[in-house]
Design a protein around this ligand. Structure first.
Ligand code: UD1
Length: 416
């Protein structure tokens, strides 16, 4: 298992180019299951979760060629099962459920189970498929769904679920009639998927709002589409500029997707200005502590909560960080405390009292975004930090240590 070793104290300066978004690429890849024709997708990030998705799709008979730009063909689907071994390493494997039922009339997908950040059920995905006429049974840890042809339905999501909205949008594109998704999630990744599906001939309107209308068609054709930039990776580098008292040009990002974060970082005293091809992000003279509450898009993203907490750990005052999306997303807190942070958890909130200095320590990454938070803390900590279980970071950040080194960080990956 690799670990990352960081010697803190370097200000980060220079340019970083943002990769394609993991959370946009995953549903777009599974959308290829909806057509017999060969799709071309570009700006695919080089990540472990992408490789896991390739494994999952190849196991179904899908052909995939290429790296950053791929050709993907689901001409023949030989197997409509997502096995436990793959689903347990990547919950987003559930994204094959909607496309498989829509195209093949059946799917057998392992139930994801819990994960480090909470129970994360998929009941809303299942209920929506049932609303569309699918029979769904749970057997031996698997979701077994069947429907000769799904029927359009009026669906109401109790919560705006991101992958749930994507799954059911993909199920509805080949359904008989019109499906309306109410209280749909509004994330940019959903808009990216809708655009890809429209390129395949699907009829979808309202993506990006909380009501999405999809009128089913009988077949879809090839699409040629690009993945949007990763707003979470961009946000992580923006926070890296602030926490290290640096200045970074974040290239290739979409600032419209980052408004909640940009506003928050400006409140902390940072300067963020548009430049050609991206944003110039500069640390302020002092880090003002701010309160943060995670909310589904366009609110402050839960996927940046851990990172902003590392930043607030060295703020000048008191910050209350409230997590409303996942019930157990404070695993990074105990590790930050080991580095000298002053944080207490009260229910769904973390009370962060800024300290002047964090100190290097041996710490452990617990999930993807927690890993990013610990790297940020390590960048500013006095001394050396060793972060183990770093495999989590490779699921969602392309070459993070290379990108940080290029900005001046003293960071290396060590094989254990
Ligand atoms: C996606 C993102 C993840 C991000 C999250 C919230 C991908 C691949 N992953 O995860 O990075 O942190 O959105 O922005 O895009 N819920 C239910 N029942 C369901 C589905 C969800 O109760 O059937 C709950 C969840 O437990 C959670 C909330 O709804 O409390 C939102 O989760 P959801 O939007 O579904 O997250 P994911 O799609 O799994």
């Amino acid at each position: 298992m690799d670990k990352i070793v960081v010697r803190g104290g370097k200000s980060l300066h220079g340019n970083v180019t943002i990769s394609g978004a993991k959370n946009a690429a995953l549903p777009v890849l599974t959308a290829a299951l909806l057509t017999e024709e060969t799709c071309t997708f570009s700006n695919i990030p080089d990540l472990v979760d992408i490789k896991t998705t390739y494994k999952l799709l190849r196991n179904m008979g899908v052909q995939i060629e290429g790296n950053s730009t791929i050709q993907i063909s689901a001409e023949k689907i030989t197997n409509s099962e997502a096995p436990y071994d793959l689903v347990k390493t990547m919950r987003a494997s559930i994204l094959v459920l909607g496309p498989l039922v829509a195209r093949m009339g059946k799917a057998r997908v392992s139930l994801p189970g819990g994960c480090a950040i909470g129970a994360r059920p998929v009941n809303l995905h299942i209920k929506a498929l049932q609303d569309m006429g699918a029979s769904v049974e749970l057997h031996g840890g698997y979701i077994e769904a069947k429907a000769d042809r799904l029927k359009g339905a009026d669906i109401y999501f109790d919560l705006p679920t991101v992958t749930g909205t994507e799954n059911i949008m993909m199920a509805a594109v080949l359904a008989d009639g019109t499906t309306v998704l109410n209280n749909a999630a509004r994330e940019p990744e959903i808009v990216n998927l809708a655009e890809v599906l429209r390129g395949m001939g699907a009829k979808i309107s309202g993506a990006g709002t909380d009501v999405i209308t999809i009128t089913g068609v009988t077949s879809l054709k090839a699409a040629d589409a690009s993945i949007i930039p990763d707003r979470i990776e961009a946000g992580t580098f923006m926070i890296a500029a602030g926490i290290t008292n640096g200045e970074i040009n974040i290239l290739g990002c979409n600032s419209q997707h980052l408004e909640a974060l940009i506003n928050k970082l400006r409140d902390t005293g940072m300067t963020i200005a548009p430049i050609d091809g991206g944003l110039k992000v500069s640390a302020g003279p002092k880090i003002h502590s701010v309160d943060v509450k995670t909310i589904p898009y366009p609110g402050f993203p839960t996927d940046l909560q851990a990172q902003i907490m590392a930043y607030m750990a060295i703020g000048s005052g008191l910050s209350v960080i409230t997590e409303t999306v996942f019930e157990n997303r404070f695993m990074h807190v105990s590790e930050l405390i080991r580095m000298g942070a002053d944080i207490t958890i009260q229910g769904g909130s973390a009370i962060v009292r800024g300290v002047p200095t964090l100190y290097g320590a041996q710490i452990m990454a617990t999930d993807l975004r927690a890993s990013a938070s610990l790297i940020l803390a390590a960048l500013v900590a006095e001394g050396t930090t060793e972060i183990s279980r770093i495999y989590h970071i490779d699921r969602g950040y392309e070459g993070i240590e290379k990108k940080l080194s290029a900005l001046g960080a003293d960071i290396k990956r060590v094989k254990q």
